[in-house]
Design a protein around this ligand. Structure first.
Ligand code: SAM
Length: 238
């Protein structure tokens, strides 16, 4: 298993090639457990927009949950438990049970607060935030500034990035950079086994961390490589 390389592979297969106690930080954004409204038709611009997004998620296999054996592999490869996991509200109990109750980790929740959510609040609250759970037991965490120590990141949803990097669930690069700065040191090894468009790896390059990444979908893997090459070129090679 080479460092500073990404693999077009199912992570459950790829992770088995990483030695025990090898990784300093894991930062993952696995597929969300989403209950689609699929099939319901709407004629308004908003309803059409939601159906289009749902179709994109379903067609690219981004709504089925993942094999939780991955978590056992991640725990095996980490030096101490030091892991950020993006998730939706339905997945929180599963992660709390696994990391807090079984592995006695500390929990912090980082929130991405979107300032321009879809205006849907008929019989519920608006979908204006995303959760990233941070579990730690022996892992490093040392924010270097007041700004970096904040747990709520406020921005509009990153429509430009989605368009540019052709991934529907891309996360904000600045927030991922901050998590990496806070929870690892220069030249540490950071692992993301659900790469998507490669945001974590680009953040690693900019923050001078080593990385390993996996992405199962060839289209997204190719996009990650393109972004990585651009980031390296902008830094003058690394
Ligand atoms: C939510 S997206 C990640 C988006 C990413 N954070 C970004 O900023 O672009 C999850 C990704 O995991 C990939 N994936 C799903 N199951 C996988 C598996 N078993 N192994 C590797 N990648 C997988 C999907 O193809 C998808 O691109």
């Amino acid at each position: 298993m080479l460092l500073n390389k990404i693999y077009n592979e199912d992570c459950l297969v790829g992770l088995k090639k990483i030695p025990d106690n090898f990784v300093d930080l894991v930062l993952i954004d696995p597929p969300y457990d989403i209950c689609t409204i699929g099939g319901k038709k709407g004629t308004s611009k908003l309803a059409k927009g939601i159906l289009k997004l749902e179709r994109e998620l379903v067609n690219n296999d981004l709504v089925s949950s993942f094999d939780t054996k991955v978590l056992d592999e991640l725990v095996r490869v980490m030096k101490g438990i030091n892991i950020y996991i993006w998730c939706n509200v339905r997945q929180i109990p599963m992660y709390i049970k696994y990391f807090n109750l079984q592995l006695k980790c500390k929990l912090e929740i980082v929130i991405w607060n979107k300032t321009n959510p879809m205006p849907l609040y008929g019989n519920t609250y608006m979908n204006d935030k995303e959760y990233c759970l941070y579990f730690r037991n022996g892992g490093y965490c040392k924010p270097a500034s007041y700004e970096d120590a904040k747990t709520v990141y406020v921005s509009k949803s990153n429509i430009e990035d989605k368009r540019l990097y052709e991934h529907p669930t891309i996360k904000p690069l600045e927030l991922i950079r901050k998590m990496i700065r806070n929870s690892s040191k220069e030249n540490d090894v950071v692992l993301d086994c659900f790469l998507g468009s490669g945001t974590t790896v680009v953040a690693c390059i900019l923050e001078h961390r080593n990385y390993i990444g996996f992405e199962i979908n060839k289209k997204y893997y190719d996009m990650s490589n393109k972004r990585i090459n651009e980031a390296k070129k902008n830094l003058g090679g690394r």
